[in-house]
Design a protein around this ligand. Structure first.
Ligand SMILES: [Fe+2]
Length: 491
């Protein structure tokens, strides 16, 4: 085995575990609410074999899916590799075969195929449940279907041959009223292509509408938003091109001279209906939610001022600037009646936040009151000595509920040695927006183990109701989702 696993980034809490694990009847501190019946799925990335390049992106590591099945106050945990085509090739060769993030020109000759870049997806970004099926997603390939109970990989899914993009976003949106899924693929017709395909899939999983548009320039289009009338497509800053890839560079660079864009198109619109609103330098990764008011589209999103990823370097040769990688909760307005080609932006809270935000899924596409995301509160105690070597300089120590109506924030604090990953919202009963639980994984640096936090979303300041203790570390998640027992054939 290469010495790459001895690098600092692959030591300590982030060291690869490389094992598939399951624990039935997990240890629980506190009491799991009796009304919780479903599964919390997470997808993340971990290197099975060390990366070929030391400066590669962690986003290029192999996909790993985990589940916490919760029912009757009991919890069963499972973790498995996503058995992608790429993972199978690597395991058969018993070594790393793949080069830089989304650059097939840097792959081993035995698997190099720049005409079919989606064969090298690691499916490591987000879980999705729709029309009774569970998937893992990554924006450079097709979804992989996963057995919701065993987490066994069943293969790629192309919606009965009707999904024509070579790629599928990690962030499709589910309309809570119609049950429809709106999704897109960018670089839809091959490496660095400027094609963006947008689809509506009905609640039964059938493709109902497709629109094909061109993007102003080829960039990461990571997330989207929907309203009851519109589809919203934000991006900015990252650039790529065929020559860059043939030169053997990582897929993306950052170009601070590029404007950001937010595309708005009616839900059933044609390509000619797409309107691109423009703005300043922004790194637009994730959204909270959007809605349409009259002829204005309002988007809430925790966008960064500039490049967030050190491994996607500036194209002008300047060093990565961490001081500009700051995310704020922004309210962005696009006025469809105005001839102004620019969007309007307002920062709602002056504090920096984590950009993996959530809302109650019952209000997706509709007016929203509460936004949820993780952040660092420097006023909270941090026991760095007890957190051991490799602990971050500052912990993501809080989950916040940000109330748009009042400007008030409520916070859950995980503890002085705990680093929080993205939270997910669990709706409770048929309640109002915000009635439910927040769930998410905390990395306990003192005990070197992972803990599932369950907190009442309306009483975050009271602390957690229950913690599910895993006797080991689990690989870091990118995204997670709560899926109720009525949504999947769960045992
Ligand atoms: Fe994401």
């Amino acid at each position: 085995m290469s010495d790459l696993f001895t690098q600092a980034t692959h030591r300590g809490f982030g060291a690869p575990i490389r094992a598939e694990t399951s624990v039935d009847d997990c240890e629980v501190v506190g009491k799991i609410p009796e009304d919780l019946d479903g599964a919390f799925y997470r997808v993340g990335a971990e290197w099975y074999y060390p990366p070929k390049y030391r400066d590669d992106a962690i986003l290029n590591a192999d996909g790993y899916v985990t589940s916490f099945r919760i029912k009757g106050g009991k919890v069963d945990y499972r973790g498995r590799w996503v058995q992608t085509h790429r993972f199978e090739q690597e395991r058969a060769a018993r070594r790393q075969l793949y080069g830089y993030y989304r650059n097939p020109y840097t792959d081993d000759p035995s698997v190099r195929d720049p005409k079919r870049p989606n064969l090298r997806t690691v499916s490591n970004t987000a879980p999705l449940a729709h029309a009774g099926k569970l998937f893992t997603l990554k924006e450079d390939g097709l979804p992989y279907q996963i057995d919701p109970n065993t987490l066994e990989t069943k293969g790629t899914w192309d919606f009965h041959g009707k999904w024509k993009s070579e790629t599928f976003t990690a962030h499709p949106k589910l309309d809570p009223l119609s049950g429809e899924m709106i999704a897109f693929g960018y670089e839809a017709t091959g490496l660095a292509s400027d094609d963006l395909f947008i689809y509506t899939i009905d609640k039964g999983g059938q493709v109902r509408h497709e629109v094909r548009v061109k993007v102003p320039y080829v960039s990461i289009i990571h997330d989207m938003a929907i309203t009851h009338r519109h589809v919203v497509i934000p991006f900015g800053g990252y650039v790529t091109g065929e020559q860059r890839l043939k030169d053997g560079k990582i897929h993306w660079g950052w170009d601070e001279t590029k404007p950001s864009y937010i595309g708005v198109i009616p839900r059933d619109g044609d390509a000619k209906d797409m309107r691109w609103f423009k703005g300043p330098e922004r790194c637009m990764m994730h959204t909270f939610n959007a809605h349409t008011e009259g002829n204005k589209v309002i988007l809430y999103a925790p966008f960064y001022d500039s490049n967030f990823f050190p491994f996607f370097p500036p194209v002008d040769g300047s060093p990565f600037n961490p001081a500009k990688a700051r995310a704020f909760i922004r309210k962005i307005t696009m006025d469809l009646d105005s001839r102004d080609e620019n969007y309007k932006e307002e920062i709602l809270w002056p504090m920096q936040v984590g950009d993996l935000g959530k809302v109650d899924p019952r209000v997706l596409s509709l007016p929203t009151r509460y936004l949820y995301t993780a952040y660092n509160d420097p006023q909270r105690p941090y026991d760095q000595a007890a957190s051991g070597p490799g602990a971050p300089a500052r912990m993501t120590n809080c989950y916040g509920r940000f109330d748009i109506a009042t400007g008030k924030t409520d916070a859950y604090f995980a503890g002085p040695t705990h680093n929080l990953q993205e939270c997910s919202f669990v709706p409770r009963g048929r309640g109002e927006e915000g009635d439910g639980y927040l769930v998410g994984i905390a990395s306990n640096y003192a005990e070197m183990r992972s803990e599932l936090i369950i907190a009442d979303a309306q009483r975050l300041g009271d602390g957690d109701i229950a913690r599910v203790i895993l006797p080991f570390r689990v690989s870091s998640q990118v995204h997670g989702v709560w899926v109720g027992a009525h949504e999947l054939p769960l045992r």
